[in-house]
Each structure stands twice: as C-alpha cells, then as structure tokens.
Design a protein around this ligand. Structure first.
Ligand SMILES: NC(=O)C1=CN([C@@H]2O[C@H](COP(=O)(O)OP(=O)(O)OC[C@H]3O[C@@H](n4cnc5c(N)ncnc54)[C@H](OP(=O)(O)O)[C@@H]3O)[C@@H](O)[C@H]2O)C=CC1
Ligand SMILES: CC(=O)N[C@@H](CCC(=O)OP(=O)(O)O)C(=O)O
Length: 346
C-alpha cells in the first residue's frame, strides 16, 4: 500500500511513521509539513533515523500525492482536514482517507459546528466513525474514516457493553479521564510547559470538553436514544497514556455476572481489548507503545454503581494505532498487521 501522511511533523504523524516502519505491506510515499517543507524527517524526528530517507513535501503537491497514493492519513488540527479530504477525493476518487482529527467524526454536522466553531465544508463525504471494534463492517467499506478521539476511544470502549446490554441508567454516566501531555500535540502552548505540568495534576475544560458530544453520539446510537454524560479530563505529568474511569448506576436487579457477560460477549474475541475482568486494574504502563485497550470493572454494592476503567496509549489505540488498524480493515488485511508489538515496560 502506498501511504502518505499529511501533517507528518506532529505527534500523531510521527507515531504513524514509527508504526508503519515495521508494517510489512506499507510503503510511505509522501509526508507533508507546511512549516518545514524540504526538511529531512530525521532532522525533525531523530528517533526515526535508519527507518526513513525522506524529505517533507507540502500541501501544494496534494493533487500529485492523492493520485499516487492508496491511502492518506491526515494528522492536522481540526478544521483543516476537511479541505484536504475534499481536494484529495476530487483528485483521486479511489483514494482512502483516514483523518485522525475531529472533522469526519460527526454524522450530525450541526453538532460538529456547534462544538468546534468552524463551518463543515465537506458535508457530502460519507465518512465512517473509526472505532474499529464497534464499526468494523462499515470501516471495511469506507472511503473516508473519522478516527476517534483519544479520550473517546478509552471511554466508549469502557462503557459500550453496559450501554448495549441496557444494564445502566443512562442519566447516570460520569467519565473521569486522565491524559498524558502528548495528547495536546507538539505545538507550543503555556499549558504544556514542563514547569506547568511536572509534579501537578489538573482538570480542564470541565463541562465543556469537545469529546463530550462524541462520546454521547456513539453511546446514544448504541442505546437507541439520546443521552448526556458528565466528562472531566485531567492533564497528568507523563508523555503518553490515558486512563478513563467511568461510573454509572446499575439498573435494578442487574447482577455482577450479567455485567461480566456483557464485557465477555462484546470483547471476548477482540485481540486489542484485553479484559482484566471484574476487579481488574488497568494501568497506562501496561499499554504503552501498543494498540491495546486494557479494561477492568468493579461493582460497588453500597452505591449500586459499576465503575469501568480503561487504559490506552493515546498516540496508539487513541490515534495512530487505531488509524492503522482501520487501514488494515479497509484493505482486507489481518487487523494486527504492524501492530502486534508488546508494550514497553516498565
Ligand atoms: N495527540 C494525540 O494524542 C491525539 C491527537 N488527535 C488529533 O490528531 C490531529 C493531530 O494531532 P497531533 O499530531 O497531536 O498535533 P500536533 O500539534 O503535534 O501536529 C499538528 C500537525 O499539523 C500541522 N499543522 C498545524 N497547523 C497547520 C495548518 N494551519 N495547516 C496545515 N498544517 C498544520 C503541523 O505541521 P507543520 O507545522 O509542520 O506544518 C503538524 O504536522 C489533531 O486533530 C488532534 O486533535 C487525535 C487523537 C489523539
Ligand atoms: C491532553 C490534551 O490536551 N488532550 C487533547 C485531546 C486530543 C484529542 O484527541 O483531540 P481531538 O478530538 O481534537 O482529536 C484535548 O484535551 O484537547
């Protein structure tokens, strides 16, 4: 497969390059940057030395890139991918697009425009939401995939069995999630300075984070009715990883065994979902550098709540890894191809 990456100088672009370096069917054709075209990628990312001998192109070459590629990954800030997707599809109607940002995640464009504050300029795109374990059959046929957000991947995977099996009160869902700093991308901002982040933990965007409507839309579709959740993200002082702790009230009479069955039946045969079972304690360290999502759940008999916990690497299952998992599905390849590495531990 001839693969191009638009926005290759960002963290998700670098992670795509890292994983694709050992993907047996991948040939990376073009990589782009608007700030550093003409620069050797090994100067931008020395950790990729020996794996690539490539200079950065720019979006000025998009038509050529689209015509020569089988698939384009887009790792741009939201609002920029739609134009790339529209132009690339016009240049090559057979191109496959996998966007790592939010532009193609929402079926309801009004929700996108309301939360992201930019007009949607590619509404005619028949995009598919790329949470592979939930949408595999649609991803297989998709021309454009909107890859999920990192918090949303962890939170939806933790809650989906409870929602699909109708085990919880849909008005009671609370998600408390923590992310490493790479989730904010590579560009400079005050909030991600070492001195701001190190030895500190902080909530942010309380009752207003953009992953809230994404989680609500997907869980609402599974439930067959609209729902709202409380979602609170936190920034923690580590480079990678997300831990999402999700709370919900169990419906009257739901036994712990019913909860176990829901997880087993939904994920029992999913390779990238490692069920730690009832009483399990997922940890970001166990998923670092991998496409795994580790899941554990607990029943609090005193409060009648179920507490489901998911750990992922935000840059892998939360971004580049899931994007490559989707590519493997779209090109009818074994889903684990290029993704079957053990975690880096400790
Ligand atoms: N980081 C994460 O954990 C996750 C990120 N995502 C999403 O993936 C996308 C990329 O994220 P990430 O890699 O972290 O971001 P970074 O900030 O690290 O990188 C952004 C990339 O976009 C390019 N870029 C920035 N501004 C523009 C612009 N105006 N026009 C064209 N290119 C531009 C930059 O290239 P250059 O400046 O060289 O042109 C760079 O390659 C975002 O939409 C993000 O929300 C999704 C899941 C997880
Ligand atoms: C730690 C941190 O800042 N994380 C980012 C989430 C990154 C992401 O997945 O955002 P998209 O939905 O735009 O792709 C944030 O909270 O905005």
């Amino acid at each position: 497969m001839k693969i191009s990456i638009v926005g290759a100088t960002g963290y998700t672009g670098a992670e795509l390059l890292r994983i694709l370096a050992s993907h047996p069917a991948a040939e990376v054709l073009y990589i782009t940057s608007e700030s550093q075209p003409g620069t050797d990628i090994n100067e931008v990312y020395p950790h990729l030395t020996r794996f690539y001998n490539k200079t950065l192109a720019s979006l000025a070459d998009l038509d050529k890139i689209a015509i020569e590629s089988d698939v384009i990954f887009i790792g741009l800030p939201h609002g920029h991918a739609m134009e790339v997707g529209r132009k690339a599809t016009a240049a090559n109607p057979n191109i496959r697009i996998i966007d790592l940002g939010a532009d193609y995640r929402f079926k309801n464009h009004d929700v996108y425009e309301q939360w992201y504050k930019v007009p949607h300029t590619h509404k005619e795109a028949q995009a598919v939401y790329g949470l592979t374990e939930l949408n595999r059959s649609q991803v297989r046929e998709a021309a454009i995939v909107g890859n999920p957000g990192c918090y949303t991947t962890a939170s939806i995977l933790a809650l989906a069995p409870l929602v699909q099996h109708k085990l919880i009160d849909l008005t009671s869902i609370i998600v408390d999630a923590k992310s490493g700093v790479s989730g904010a991308g590579r560009s400079l901002s005050l909030g991600s300075h070492f001195t701001e982040v190190f030895e500190s933990v902080k909530a942010y965007n309380v009752a207003g984070h953009r992953h809230t409507p994404e989680i609500e839309a997907v869980l609402g579709e599974l439930a067959g009715e609209e729902l709202v959740i409380s979602f609170t993200p936190h920034l923690i002082p580590m480079p990678r990883g997300i831990l999402s702790t999700c709370y919900a009230r169990l419906k009257e009479g739901v036994s712990p065994e019913k909860v176990d069955e829901a997880y087993d039946s939904m994920y029992g045969s999913e390779y990238f979902i490692r069920l730690l079972g009832r009483g399990g304690y997922p940890a970001t360290k166990n998923t670092r550098g991998t496409n795994f999502c580790d899941l554990g759940w607990h029943i609090d008999k005193r409060t009648g709540r179920v507490i489901a916990i998911a750990a992922i690497d935000n840059l892998v299952k939360g971004a580049a890894g899931q994007a490559i998992q989707n590519m493997n599905v779209m090109f009818k390849m074994e889903e684990r191809t290029g993704l079957d590495n053990a975690p880096l531990y400790p």
